[in-house]
Design a protein around this ligand. Structure first.
Ligand code: PNS
Length: 161
């Protein structure tokens, strides 16, 4: 039984994340999508909201489990007896950062491998922060997130106007 972890802040989950989850879930038996708690002091969505949104987007994938974690990812991976951490790579900047993180995680937990999946070209420019910026400034972000998230983010922004 292979267990993989796809960690992140997911504030909010984007179509880029969803694509990596769908591709990763085909490569392992169980994929934990793990939301980092308290990653930023000012997240747009609470951890519970993020988990709820990710569950809605992944409900058609039976081997995907959505949870939160705190502390070191390497320790969470040990707790889950995981074989690998899954990360998406959009560009060379991501690669440099992720390469370093994978080495740190390997030092902290020698049993863990990091598996990198390259983003689909049409999704490679999407990030949670660009979604929020475009949404706040009134641009079209419907091509960046799932319809449900689009509506929730629109509501969220309208409530804060
Ligand atoms: O979606 P993100 O923000 O790129 O995800 C980053 C994340 C959550 C994977 C990373 O910040 C993380 O693993 N944080 C937990 C703390 C940790 O283990 N850090 C690595 C050693 S410095």
């Amino acid at each position: 039984m292979s267990v993989w972890i796809y960690p992140g802040s997911f504030d909010p989950i984007t179509l880029g994340h969803e694509n990596i989850i769908a591709r990763g879930a085909k490569l392992c038996d169980t994929l934990y999508v793990a939301v980092l708690e308290n990653h930023s002091k000012h997240p747009t969505f609470t951890t519970d909201e993020k988990i709820e949104l990710i569950k809605e987007c992944t409900s058609h994938m039976p081997n995907v489990v959505v949870e939160c974690f705190s502390g070191l990812l390497a320790d969470y991976a040990k707790q889950k007896d995981a074989d690998a951490i899954l990360r998406g790579i959009r560009n060379t900047g991501d690669y440099e950062y992720e390469h370093n993180m994978s080495q740190l995680n390997k030092k902290l937990n020698s049993n863990i491998e990091t598996v990198f999946v390259c983003a689909e070209p049409e999704l490679a420019c999407i990030s949670s922060s660009s979604v929020k910026e475009i949404a706040k400034l009134g641009g079209d972000f419907s091509w960046m997130v799932n319809k449900n998230i689009y509506n929730k983010l629109k509501d969220y922004i309208n409530r804060r106007k």
